[in-house]
Design a protein around this ligand. Sequence first.
Ligand code: 1HE
Length: 262
Amino acid sequence: MTSQYLDLSLEIRGEQNEVAVIRLTRGAKRNALSDGLILAIRDTFQNLPDTVRAAVIDGEGEHFCAGLDLSELKERDAGQGMLHSRLWHSALECVQHGPVPVIAVLHGAVVGGGLELASAAHIRVADESTFYALPEGSRGIFVGGGGSVRIPKLIGASRMMDMMLTGRVYNAQDGEKLGFAQYLVPAGQAFEKAMELATRVAQNAPLTNYSLMHALPRIAEQSADHGFFTEALMSAIAQSAPEAKERVRAFLEGRAGKVQKS
Ligand code: 1HE
């Protein structure tokens, strides 16, 4: 199944239609995020078919995403700017706290709002052409798509501060070491790797994936005492699911795979 929004395509893949491939299709503008494209991202993640268990987000052409569509910025006053930022927040919330884990395919420019979008994904696979920057500093603006909350969690506030103050650009190798991406692959191979990971992620019990996406980041924000308590609740709910019981039984009866040395 495929469907087409403005500057975005959705394709459902896999034997059980379990992987959604969402692609920004505005390559001529380096996938710059117009209001229409942000709305398409929000609506797509809100309305994924029930069969979908994992999603891959990719960008057409040589660059993942050039960030905010700067051509739409010039007419906004302060009130509209606030609402615009809140629109981004709601759209990227649908990516981060939507129904399924999201794997971002990074290549070329991952800059400004493009980095904010990538930061809302759960796994980032970068290829060697990737570079990361926050040019907001030099454009006289600030991040507005949740970057000040999500990016310090990946690389720390001091590195984000440096990127914005000095215009520092990180290449793919350094970006992976810092924590922007969990995987680094040769140029042109990020989509294939992301599909391999999505297929694997889609095999997990849905409740386990949901627990990871929704509980783990919240526990990280809690005090240790509250975190232990939330963990115990989540653990009890996950293990009580019939699917968890069956998976454990399958291992004990020799029907499930062992953990293999990498
Ligand atoms: C754009 C945008 C854009 C390209 N808004 N139109 N983001 C930035 O400050 C990054 C700005 N973009 C760039 O630095 C470069 O375009 C790239 C490094 C990403 C790619 O370079 P290149 O040589 O491959 O492409 P190009 O020739 O610069 O761009 C091709 C076209 O895309 C060109 O339009 P054309 O009509 O002349 O063909 C560009 O104007 C257009 N284009 N990027 C609008 N961003 C929620 S707040 C988030 C705040 C931010 O994201 S600020 C950071 C914005």
